[in-house]
Design a protein around this ligand. Structure first.
Ligand code: GLN
Length: 248
């Protein structure tokens, strides 16, 4: 399982959000506290952020190495601040490639996506081929890259939250050949809102005076964190966080 987070609010540096927190992503890469599947997140990491004064599409930095080994990231992360950041550390699912193109965040246009979970990659690929007449090829054979391509296809015709929910409901009941049920905690942003799902893994959020942080697990032991129940759709903008059931 991977761990991910998204921040929307007043500008914060990448270091504040990913490296400096007591139980933040850097620490979660080797000692996550709530991970249900797997032990460490050492198969890669990535960060996407927006600089809307310069362009609408986010910038993205991702590597197929453990976050703690990338001294270059640590050297610049304190110098970039943004009002919308999405970041993830990865524990590759068995059978999935360890490569930069399999590492979140995935991006298309103004969107960033991270997937914490696993899905039947071949079945998801068949769904993608059927939807796009085989024209769209994901950037990696990793299940998460296929999920990303399925979301990009839907966002061309649906509002973001509806598109995210539709991907989860389409794939959510697919079990893998060994019976493992799909796990689909998605985290998506377009720079103005955060959309997240809980589908068989953990998610929490915290509303601060200057913004909202949505994360696989709390990055400290302070009060204020809200745990999101399973099978929920979370939509957050700078004014409020809304939860609704994915299944009713
Ligand atoms: N299945 C995805 C991958 O292999 C996500 C894994 C995870 O959540 N640990 O990268």
């Amino acid at each position: 399982m991977c761990r991910h987070l998204a921040w929307l609010g007043a500008p914060r540096t990448l270091a504040e959000l990913t490296l400096d927190r007591p139980s933040g992503l850097l620490r979660q890469s080797w000692a996550p506290r709530r991970m249900r599947h797997g032990t460490v997140n050492a198969d890669g990491f990535g960060v996407g952020w927006y600089a809307p004064a310069l362009r609408p599409e986010p910038a993205r930095y991702r590597r197929a190495v453990p976050m703690w080994t990338d001294a270059s990231y640590a050297s610049f992360a304190g110098t970039i601040s943004s009002g919308c950041v999405l970041a993830a550390v990865r524990s590759a699912t068995v059978g999935m490639p360890v490569e930069e193109t399999a590492t979140a965040p995935f991006t298309s246009g103004t969107l960033l996506l991270s997937h914490n979970g696993r899905v039947h990659a071949a079945a998801a690929m068949r769904e993608l081929q059927a939807r796009t007449d085989g024209v769209v090829v994901p950037e990696s054979r990793c299940d998460s890259a296929v999920v990303a391509a399925l979301l990009w296809e839907r966002t061309s015709r649906l509002p973001l939250a509806k598109a995210v929910a539709d991907v989860v409901l389409t794939l959510g009941d697919l079990a893998e050949p060994d019976g493992t049920p799909a796990r689909l905690n998605l985290l998506v942003t377009d720079g103005t809102q955060i959309v997240a799902t809980t589908w068989r893994d953990t998610l929490s959020y915290r509303e601060d005076p200057d913004g909202v942080l949505v994360a696989s697990e709390p990055d400290d032991d302070e009060p204020g964190w809200v745990d999101v129940p399973d099978q929920q759709l979370l939509v957050a903008d700078t004014r409020k966080v809304t939860l609704s059931s994915l299944t009713s």
